[in-house]
Design a protein around this ligand. Structure first.
Ligand SMILES: Cc1cc2nc3c(=O)[nH]c(=O)nc-3n(C[C@H](O)[C@H](O)[C@H](O)COP(=O)(O)OP(=O)(O)OC[C@H]3O[C@@H](n4cnc5c(N)ncnc54)[C@H](O)[C@@H]3O)c2cc1C
Ligand code: FES
Length: 278
């Protein structure tokens, strides 16, 4: 099986999008699911969310931020290049029901994971009011797409270069103090999801987050992705990636995400300098 890249777009300085031919994955994909990729024979396995797909045309759409060796290597591939393995769809799909007013909150590249879920929630008859944010205007992705699937869209940037100046969690708090919500869905960096959950807690609004713990096999066998939710160990790859944000042990997750920082920095530097290529 080969997985050729059929479209490539640079969305911002560090964010790229690829459309990859993967008919079997596209045929079974549901919002909230992800794939695990291996770029080449010696490459590591790493997860990316299915940001979109077409069962009819047989492709999946991946949006990724360059943060280390694998994402850097992926960003260098061109249309026509092939990925070694793409496994999916993995993870439990997002629960899509009629809730009422749903606040969809997305930060950075997390907006790509939020998009298909927001679209499905809107199609099911929910009122979807979205808040998306990034450090600055250049880093904001999928604004038009999120606008299309939302009843309203608020934009926040850290430097005020687009929308209002500030954090998505500030806008979330204002919405909860105002009209309130029946469900909050927050997807972005772990620290953003931690604070979004802290904001919703006093309002007692159900809050779903999509956990980005380190994953390896994605099938519940290796335990790499384990997180603690409501005091119990859960495997994010098969029991998630979505969990109740107010039940997640965020400090444990943040510690585990940072545990290989030194090794990751070394292999990223080697990849950038062209050394030790597989
Ligand atoms: C279910 C899920 C969906 C994801 N979807 C997306 C997405 O759509 N777009 C996107 O840009 N990123 C996504 N990520 C994060 C992405 O997998 C990591 O950024 C990527 O693995 C980093 O690899 P690297 O070699 O470039 O960087 P590294 O230098 O190896 O790592 C940089 C940081 O990325 C995280 N990371 C490293 N390896 C993994 C791994 N195997 N699994 C998960 N996290 C890892 C760690 O926090 C690490 O500190 C997702 C993660 C999960 C768990
Ligand atoms: S990634 Fe191995 S058990 Fe989840």
């Amino acid at each position: 099986m080969s997985y050729p890249i059929i479209f490539k777009e640079q969305m911002s300085e560090q964010v790229f999008a690829l459309r990859v031919r993967a008919p079997q994955i596209a045929a079974g994909a549901l919002p909230g699911q992800f794939a695990i990729l291996r770029i080449n024979e010696g490459g590591e396995r790493f997860p990316l969310t299915l940001a979109d797909w077409s069962a009819g045309e047989g492709w999946i759409f991946l949006v990724f931020q360059v943060v280390g060796k694998s994402t850097f290597t992926l960003s260098k591939l061109q249309v026509g290049d092939e990925l070694k393995d793409v496994v999916g769809p993995l993870g439990l799909p997002s629960e899509i029901e009629k809730y009422g007013r749903v606040l969809c909150v997305g930060g950075g590249v997390g907006i790509a994971a939020l998009y298909p879920i927001a679209r499905a929630l809107k199609a099911t008859g929910n009122r979807v009011d979205s808040i998306i944010g990034a450090r600055s205007q250049e880093l904001l992705i999928l604004e038009k797409e999120m606008e299309d699937v939302s009843t309203s869209l608020a934009i926040m940037t850290d430097d005020g270069s687009k929308g209002a100046k500030g954090l998505v969690t500030w806008a979330l708090e204002e919405e909860l103090k105002g009209e309130g919500a029946d469900l909050v869905l927050a997807i972005g960096p772990a620290i953003m999801m931690k604070f979004a959950s802290a904001v919703t807690a006093p309002f007692k609004v159900p809050t779903r987050v999509s956990l980005n713990s380190i994953m390896l096999d994605g099938t519940g066998m290796c335990g790499t992705c384990r997180v603690e939710v409501c005091g119990k160990t859960r495997f994010a790859c098969v029991e998630g990636p979505e969990f109740d944000g107010n039940e997640v042990d965020w400090n444990l997750l943040l510690n585990r995400l940072g545990q290989y920082k030194q090794e990751e920095a070394v292999s990223y530097e080697q990849a950038r300098s062209g050394c030790c290529r597989e």
